[in-house]
Write a protein that binds this ligand. Sequence first.
Ligand code: CP
Length: 310
Amino acid sequence: MNSNSLVSIDDISRDEILDLIERARFFEEHPDQKILDGKVVATLFFEPSTRTRLSFETAVNRLGGRVIGFSDASTTSSSKGETLKDTIKMVSNYVDLIIMRHYLEGAARYATEVTDVPVINAGDGANQHPSQTMLDLYSISKTQGKLNDLTITMVGDLKYGRTVHSLLMALRYFNPTFHFVACDELKMPKEYKDFCDANGLKYYEHTEFSQDVINASDILYMTRVQRERFTDIMEYEKVKNLYNLHASMLADAKPNLRVLHPLPRVNEIAQDVDDDPKAYYFEQARNGLYARQAIICKALGIDIYKEAKV
Ligand code: CP
C-alpha cells in the first residue's frame, strides 16, 4: 500500500486538511503550473460522474500531466470478467497515480492493497468521497472565513449520501453543530451518529425541513435522493420529493448562510435559488478543481511551493 493514497477522509489529520485547503487556495491563485511533467494519471470510473472525473482530469491537464482511463467500465475487460484486482495491477504498470470511482463500498481500500501506486478514492458506493469533502471544506472556509463553530444542516439522502458521511467525519476537528433533516428511510446511519457521540459532536435529527432549522444554519448542505442505491424503485418513489428548497425559504436566513450541494441535483433545489446570492453550489464545484490539484500533488509527493513558478 502506498501511504500517499487518499481512501477515507478519516485517514488524514486536521493539520493535513488545513494544509490541503491552503494548497487549494494556492492553486486558485495559480492554476496553471506545469509540475506534473512526465506523470501519467489513470481515471478509472466504474460509476457515472461529471464533476469528479472532469475536474480531476482538468487538474492533471492544468498541471501538465497526462490522463488515461475510462468513464464507462462496459468498454473495458471488466465486462469480460476481469477482476478489480487484475485491472488495478494492470493499470499500475502504466501510471503514477490511480483515481478510482467504484460502486462497491471498500473498493478503493481494496485497490490500495493490491498496488504500490497511490490511489485516490473518487467515491466508493455509499461510503466515502474524500476529494468532495476537501472541496466542501474549502468552500465552507472561503464563504464563512472559518471552519470552527458552524451550524451545518444536512438535508435529504443521509443514508446513502457518501458526501455527507465524509464531510461529517472531517468536521469532527472543527466543533460543528449538525442538523440532520431526513425521512426515517433515509436518516443518518447509526454508525455516523455513533461517530458524533464518540467525538462529542452535537447533532439534532428532524423529519421536517423547517424554517427554524434553515434560519439557524450557516451551511445548508442539500443532497439528492440516490435512486441508484435503491433495490426497490417503489421505495425511491415514496421518498424522492420530500425535501425541496425554494428561494422564498431563504428570506430570513442568516446573511452568511450558503447553500451547498455536491451535485448533480434533481429536484431538491428549485431553479429560483440559483439567482440567490446564498446559492454557492456552482462555485463549490469550481473549487473542486483547485482542491483536486492539491490532492493530486500530495498523492504524488510533489512540494508545490518548491516546484511551482509564481
Ligand atoms: N459531486 C459529484 O461527485 O459529482 P459527480 O457524480 O458528477 O462526479
